[in-house]
Design a protein around this ligand. Structure first.
Ligand SMILES: [Mg+2]
Ligand SMILES: [Zn+2]
Length: 179
């Protein structure tokens, strides 16, 4: 079994844009490509897990999500980095009813664990919202990090983050986990 880094997308990998669905607005955060290369050097998988309720709300379609992910792959490839798999939840409870994949539910992580033979006890989650931390914990990850990029600074200012490992960005989470 292998370890994985489960990464939230918006605000962790790329700059937070409200309901991002346009490839041309997809911008990598500084240091992300190097951090992803570092994860792979440790033999870990890089799995993106992202809530995309904009689909349930009718703001954009699943094809837009795939277009953003293609752009992310291009941007990362230009810096020698890659994502092993993208998982997204297109649901929202008010529009499509309850689901088991919208974070903080662990469904996307559990599916990836089954698909890639991932051991949660070796793995970690990185996100900018408490729902990311909740998903990491519910999936049994060894560690879950809250970054202060994206919505993270607001999360730290406005919510109870006691007991949560707060780090500046993805690179810091990766350094802490493997350090
Ligand atoms: Mg996010
Ligand atoms: Zn879902």
């Amino acid at each position: 079994m292998r370890g994985a880094a489960f990464l939230d997308r918006d605000g962790v990998i790329n700059a937070e844009v409200h309901y991002l669905h346009e490839p041309e607005k997809t911008i990598l955060l500084p240091g992300v490509a190097a951090a992803i290369r570092e994860i792979h050097l440790h033999g870990y998988l890089v799995i993106v897990v992202t809530n995309q309720a904009g689909v349930a709300k009718g703001y954009y379609g699943e094809s837009d999500i795939h277009a953003v992910h293609r752009r992310l792959r291009e941007l990362l490839a230009a810096e020698g980095a890659a994502v092993d798999a993208f998982y997204f939840c297109p649901h929202h409870p008010d529009h499509t009813g309850p689901c088991c994949c919208r974070k903080p539910a662990p469904g996307m992580l559990l599916r990836a664990m089954a698909d890639y033979n991932i051991d949660p006890a070796l793995s970690f989650m990185v996100g900018d919202r408490l729902s990311d931390i909740g998903a990491g914990r519910a999936a049994g990850c060894r560690a879950s990090y809250l970054v202060t990029t994206g919505y993270g600074a607001r999360t730290v200012a406005e919510e109870d983050v006691s007991g949560v490992r707060v780090v500046p960005d993805l690179a810091a989470a990766v350094r802490d986990f493997f350090g």
